[in-house]
Ligand binder design. Structure first.
Ligand SMILES: C=C(O[C@@H]1C=C(C(=O)O)C=C[C@H]1O)C(=O)O
Length: 387
């Protein structure tokens, strides 16, 4: 769809930085709210590339753009940090942690009910953050890059999703590759089953060991890998899936991860089509997909672009899409932001652990805002106890 106000090429519209390379886009000639239209434009050669974000619920609008320029450069994206970062505070918790815990309890009860088809549901909560003065999405991304070690930082301009999203950006540091396609090779690296890192090296190592052998987490992970295998098998001539997950570390979390690699049967298939074929995985939604998705939407309301996908795809079909987690949606005022964190629930889950997991997952994005969430969390708990 041609844009009424095309974006000039000197305006950055998209970034995906990986440990070994980064992809950066400038400007836009067309916008797509419907990913099928973007696929058709790519396949027909009308556009050379597409960048942007897919929502969690594909019935909602996507934020995809045909960029004027798309550059793939070696090494991670690096930007000098500005000295001043405006102070930020958490203004609202949606829902309050006690309510999130109750929601988890209710989901565990339905998962344990033999009459329910549900096997896994991923529940999330959100925080609203306000900064004292404007903070550009690129500055926030630079702060994420500085704090996330060799992780993956992204910025996606959401304006193409419609007037409600004009000037909004999704900014985050996702550890999870939804899909990558290069030539005929497709790969992904689902993460599911998590434990917070500890600053005490002994405790930290023990948590990683415990995660690697936790029946509950291995089960939670297996559901995701089986789902991805089933979604990719019809599109691939060969598919290689490790038998056992390994423990993957980010600066804030341990995760169980399984590398998946295959060869696509149709080499012209685009990375965007592959992303659409596997999204939403059970890592961010649950299983079976429609029942889990409906329960999430009924419980949380719209998640927008959180637990969607952020990435790029070119007309040759190459591209990469990350799962949009550890992220925030920064509004057009560059001062108001919503951040999310969630976790997979199975019948064996424990509500207190699930709440702790979301708190730990928030650390990545809140640290970029300069907020020590653990301290804020303790203050809240002390306040609740004394009330
Ligand atoms: C939903 C999130 O993370 C997802 C859920 C995970 C889990 O349940 O263990 C792990 C990684 C992600 O696939 C999030 O970070 O908000």
């Amino acid at each position: 769809m041609q844009m009424t106000n095309p974006v000039p090429s000197d305006v950055r519209t998209f970034l995906l930085s990986r440990p070994d390379h980064h992809v950066i886009a400038g400007g836009a000639t067309a916008g797509f709210t419907d990913p099928a239209a973007a696929v058709a434009a790519l396949r027909s050669g009308t556009i050379c590339a597409v960048v942007g974000a897919l929502p969690f619920d594909l019935r909602e609008t996507s934020a995809l753009m045909a960029p004027r320029t798309l550059r793939r450069l070696d090494g991670p994206w690096k930007q000098p940090l500005e000295d001043e970062t405006p102070a930020a505070t958490i203004t609202t918790e949606i829902p309050r942690p006690a309510e999130h815990r109750r929601r988890v309890e209710r989901v565990i009860a339905s998962l344990a009910d033999p009459a329910s088809p549900l096997e896994k549901v991923v529940l999330a909560r959100a925080l609203q953050v306000r900064t004292e003065s404007a903070l550009s999405p690129w500055h926030l991304a630079a702060r994420l890059g500085a704090g996330d070690g060799p992780g993956s930082v992204f910025v996606a301009d959401l304006s193409a999703a419609g007037p409600r999203f004009t000037g909004h950006h999704l900014v985050g540091a996702s550890p999870e590759v939804l899909i990558r396609k290069q030539g005929s090779t497709v790969s992904c690296h689902p993460l599911a089953g998590s434990a917070p890192r500890s600053s005490d090296p002994g405790v930290d190592a023990a948590r990683a060991r415990h995660l690697a052998s936790s029946t509950k987490d291995l089960h939670e992970h297996r559901i995701v890998v089986d789902g991805l295998r089933a979604a990719l098998a019809p599109l691939c001539s060969s598919l290689d899936v490790d038998d056992q997950p390994s423990v993957v570390g980010t600066p804030t979390m341990w995760h169980l991860g399984t590398p998946i690699r295959g060869e696509v049967s149709d080499t012209a298939v685009t990375a965007l089509e592959l992303a659409l074929a596997v999204h939403p995985t059970a890592a961010v939604c649950g299983s079976p997909t429609p029942a889990a998705r409906d329960l999430i939407v009924a419980t949380e309301g719209s998640r927008g672009f959180y637990t969607g996908a952020v990435g790029w795809s070119d007309a040759q079909g190459d591209g990469q899409w990350m799962v949009s987690i550890r992220c925030t949606q920064l509004a057009a005022d560059n001062r108001t932001a919503t951040a999310w964190a969630g976790g997979g629930i199975v019948a064996q889950s424990r509500p207190d652990d699930e709440l702790r997991e979301t708190t730990a997952k928030f650390r990545t994005i809140l640290a970029a805002f300069g907020i020590d969430h653990d301290a804020a969390d303790q203050r809240n708990r002390a306040r609740a106890q004394s009330a």
